[in-house]
Design a protein around this ligand. Structure first.
Ligand SMILES: [Zn+2]
Length: 326
């Protein structure tokens, strides 16, 4: 597989704002499937193992979808689908129930970038058990996708249209999908934390490549100071630092440079949802509502949606036939 890899990019020089190159702006033809213009590789630290991980994004044919492949194991590829999710406690983890070694953690920020940038088909190669965390946001993934370019493919984009409300609740938290008359995913999310620096935050957004890039992509993951010690004791977050997460101590932000936006926390949670919901296997046409939700509820919501065959349909249906025949 090494012969397919390009030289890793240095990601340290990422600009403050991620601008949209004219050649990458989606055409009205966003109803067509898209893949990457070429393969691209980045290297970064895994949040939980602390190990250097090499990540390569490769173009893929129509109706391929997003598929992950470990290159350090001789193991089957893992489709980026809700029913390949094996753990959601600290991140969204894809895996193979018959081979516990074959798992890839922290896919959500890369999935959010692929969703937000309108990439339907890609093969993701990774030489370790997790996706690099980079700066804790999706900005570096957007940068890699921009460098690879975006190629229109000769097949209609397939959407999953939600036909009936589907809701999952747990301990006062909830997530819900409802039918929406527009071709995009609309999201509305709220969080409540006792830490004063976070508190109560709400955010709503209609997902397009532009809104993803400008409103969500640069928001970083966050953790509470008291949770860090527990993670370290469990052998987790070995690669965690102020370089790749916001650390909150009640009313204090411990990162010297502070926040990228006053509501960076809720924006990050929404970015997580954009990534988790792309595990539907196609973009959703729906309204998404969430309150105090996370990776676990997001995954349960997709499982509930697809368990009810009357709650969704593929649009256009012709693409369903193409997928079924593949
Ligand atoms: Zn996240």
């Amino acid at each position: 597989m090494d012969s397919l890899l390009m030289e890793p990019l240095a990601l340290s020089a990422l600009p403050e704002a991620v601008s949209v190159p004219a050649t990458l702006r989606p055409k009205a033809a966003s109803s067509f499937q898209h893949t990457l213009g070429k393969s691209i590789t980045g290297v970064g630290v895994g949040l939980h193992t602390g190990a250097q991980i090499q990540l390569t994004l490769m173009p893929a044919p129509v109706h391929h979808g997003i598929v992950f492949q470990r290159t350090d194991l001789s193991a089957p590829a893992l489709p980026a689908r809700f029913d390949s999710v094996v753990d959601t406690r600290l991140s969204t983890v894809l895996g193979d129930a018959s081979n516990p070694q074959n798992r890839i953690a922290t896919v959500e920020h890369l999935m959010a970038a692929l969703h937000g940038c309108g990439i339907d088909n890609a093969l993701i190669l990774v030489d370790g058990p997790e996706i690099p965390v980079f700066d804790g946001s999706a900005a570096d993934f957007v940068f890699l996708i921009d460098c690879a370019g975006r190629k229109t493919q000769d097949a209609p984009r397939q959407f999953v249209e939600v036909l009936r409300p589907v809701r999952v609740e747990q301990n006062g938290a909830f997530v819900e999908l409802r039918p929406a008359p527009i071709p995009h995913l609309q999201l509305s999310l709220g969080i409540e934390f006792s830490a004063k620096a976070i508190g109560k935050q709400d955010f709503a957004l209609e997902l397009t490549p532009q809104t993803f890039r400008h409103e969500l992509a640069r928001s970083r993951t966050f953790t509470l100071r008291q949770e860090i010690e527990a993670l370290h004791k469990a052998g987790l977050a070995r690669g965690g630092s102020l370089e790749n997460a916001i650390v909150v101590d009640d009313d204090q932000i411990l990162n010297p440079a502070g926040l990228r936006s006053p509501d960076e926390f809720i924006r990050h949670k929404m970015m997580d949802a954009v990534g988790d919901l792309y595990l539907a296997g196609a973009p959703l046409r729906a309204r998404f509502y969430g309150h105090r939700s996370g990776h676990g509820l997001n995954n349960q919501l997709l499982r509930a949606l697809f368990a009810d065959r009357t709650a969704w349909r593929f649009v256009p249906p012709k693409a369903l036939a193409a997928r079924s025949a593949a």
